[in-house]
Every structure is written in structure tokens, then in C-alpha cells.
Design a binder for this molecule. Structure first.
Ligand SMILES: [Zn+2]
Ligand SMILES: [Zn+2]
Length: 294
């Protein structure tokens, strides 16, 4: 299974209009790549071959530029950056993005005002910010983006549902549990990025002090591998094509463990990875493949 679909072009002199039609279709396809995911920084691209949006800005601006270039993009192709919440691993580069790259920043009122204080924003941020409200979709280019409530301990916390043509891409990271609102949006997804932050045993036996462990386990903390797996197994729908596990902890998780825990819980319910749905763990500091969806 190749995430990027290669196909044989018809011979140009034979079917030139069809050739360009194929090319347009390919350019129009929904694409997703994770630039980084975890407590060191989060940044995701969702778009097509010519433009798109970013979700979170938790990596350095130079790395972001490099990653965009690798997929043939520039900051001028980014219509906006949607922020999930105000923790540093999600907002690191908001200031240069808005002040130097002139990319609009979307977030809830509470998140944007917290970022204003945390990063000592000036007038440019006031001009470059776009206030959004939960459950109120915004249209940006060809995308319809809806923020929804997630349970976490940032000033305000959202996940995003991105609709493009007849497909839905949903991202829910940094959540202590899957609340009803999140569950409703996750159920819509064809492509889902969901947190699988920690393995319960690794957290209990790992280096974190008890207080921090309790914060992570709480309803406003992070989602464990088995929380994610159980939720996915109980709420599987046939339209779900890809599950990407994100925000894996460096100290309290391993990609293989997250993958196995979730795939076992799914297979207990008769859901087979590779047949019913694809399962991918996103790396913490290196980019994923570029996924071009059908
Ligand atoms: Zn985070
Ligand atoms: Zn967080």
C-alpha cells in the first residue's frame, strides 16, 4: 500500500485532454502530512497540491519552511494556521508566522488572548488573528473547518474537523478523555488523527513524579493507548479509512506499543488493520509520509 498514488499517464498525443484532467484530479486530492507530533512540537498540514492549512505551530519556523518546501509548498500557500490550544508545543512559532510570514492565525478568543500574553504580541497579531467559535464552521479556500471542544488543561482546547469535497479529516490531540462533542466529530471522520499519548504501565513505572502522572491520567490530561484503542473499537464506522495515532510520549510510550495496543483492541471487535482501516503511528520529530487520499 503506497500512500502516494502513482498512476500511468496515457500517452500525450493519444489523450491529451484526459491527461490534463487526471493531473487536475491529482492536484485536487486531499493531502495530509504530519511535520511533527508530540510534546516537542506539533504541526500538521491538510490541503491539496496547491494550498492548504496548518493545524498547530509547535515547531521552529525554519523547520516548518523546510517541511513545506519538501512537499512543494511555501508559506504563501498556507491560508491559515488553526491552533488547538495554548501549550508551547502547539504555539511555538505563532509570532514569526503572523509577523514575518503574514499567515493568519485562527483560534478561539480565549486561546488567542492567552497567546497574546504568552508571546507578547503587538499590533500585527491583532490584525493577523481570526477569532473562531466552537461548532461554528469557517470557510477557508475550499475547506470548511469546525473547531470542537476537547477536554484538556490549556486555557481553551479544541480539535478540528476539516471538510473537503465529500471527505472529512478530523484531528483530536491533547485530550484527557473523549467527551461527547469530540466523539460526535470523530464519528464523521474518513481520516482521523487521534492522540495515543502513553502506555499505562510505562507511565506508572516511568520517570515522571506522581503528581505529573496524575495530571496526565486525569480527564483534562492525555489519552492513553488503551483509551484510544477502546474508543476506536467501540465507535468504528466503515467510512473510517485511516487512523493516525499522534502525540506519543517519549518517556511513557513506544510506537510499537501504541500500534499493538490499538490494533489488538480493534481486532477484538473484528476490525482488521490493512483491510477495514489503516493504522499509522506518527513520529515525534520527523515528518510522516505525505498521504494523498482518493
Ligand atoms: Zn501537546
Ligand atoms: Zn497540551
Amino acid at each position: 500500500m503506497l500512500p502516494i498514488r502513482f498512476f500511468k499517464m496515457p500517452s500525450p498525443h493519444f489523450l491529451l485532454p484526459l491527461h490534463s484532467k487526471f493531473k487536475t484530479q491529482e492536484m485536487d486530492r486531499l493531502r495530509f502530512i504530519s511535520f511533527a507530533s508530540g510534546s516537542n512540537g506539533n504541526c500538521f498540514f491538510v490541503g491539496n497540491a496547491s494550498q492548504g492549512i496548518l493545524i498547530d505551530a509547535g515547531i521552529g519556523i525554519r523547520t516548518m519552511k523546510k517541511r513545506l518546501k519538501e512537499i512543494g509548498m511555501d508559506f504563501s500557500d498556507i491560508l491559515g494556521v488553526f491552533i488547538t490550544h495554548d501549550h508551547f508545543d502547539h504555539i511555538k512559532s505563532v509570532k514569526p508566522l503572523v509577523e514575518k510570514m503574514l499567515v493568519p492565525i485562527y483560534g478561539t478568543k480565549e486561546t488567542l488572548s492567552s497567546i497574546t500574553q504568552l508571546q507578547q504580541m503587538g499590533e500585527q497579531f491583532q490584525a493577523g488573528q481570526r477569532v473562531i467559535s466552537k461548532e461554528e464552521p469557517v470557510i477557508i479556500g475550499d475547506w470548511r473547518v469546525t473547531a470542537f471542544e476537547v477536554s484538556h488543561d490549556g486555557t481553551d482546547n479544541v480539535g478540528y474537523c476539516v471538510e473537503y469535497k465529500d471527505k472529512v479529516f478530523t484531528l483530536a490531540t491533547d485530550l484527557g478523555y473523549v467527551c461527547e462533542n469530540s466523539a460526535r466529530h470523530i464519528a464523521e471522520a474518513n481520516y482521523l488523527v487521534l492522540e495515543a499519548n502513553y502506555d499505562e504501565e510505562m507511565l506508572a513505572n516511568g520517570p515522571y513524579p506522581y503528581m505529573l502522572q496524575e495530571r496526565i491520567r486525569s480527564n483534562t490530561g492525555h489519552l492513553s493507548n488503551s483509551d484510544a484503542g477502546r474508543f476506536l473499537a467501540d465507535n468504528y464506522s466503515e467510512k473510517l479509512e485511516y487512523i493516525y495515532l499522534c502525540h506519543l510520549s517519549h518517556s511513557n510510550n513506544l510506537p510499537e506499543l501504541a500500534y499493538c495496543t490499538v490494533s489488538e483492541l480493534l481486532s477484538d471487535k473484528g476490525i482488521i488493520i490493512g483491510k477495514d482501516v489503516e493504522l499509522v503511528t506518527l513520529e515525534r520529530t520527523s515528518p510522516s509520509k505525505l498521504y494523498v487520499f482518493d
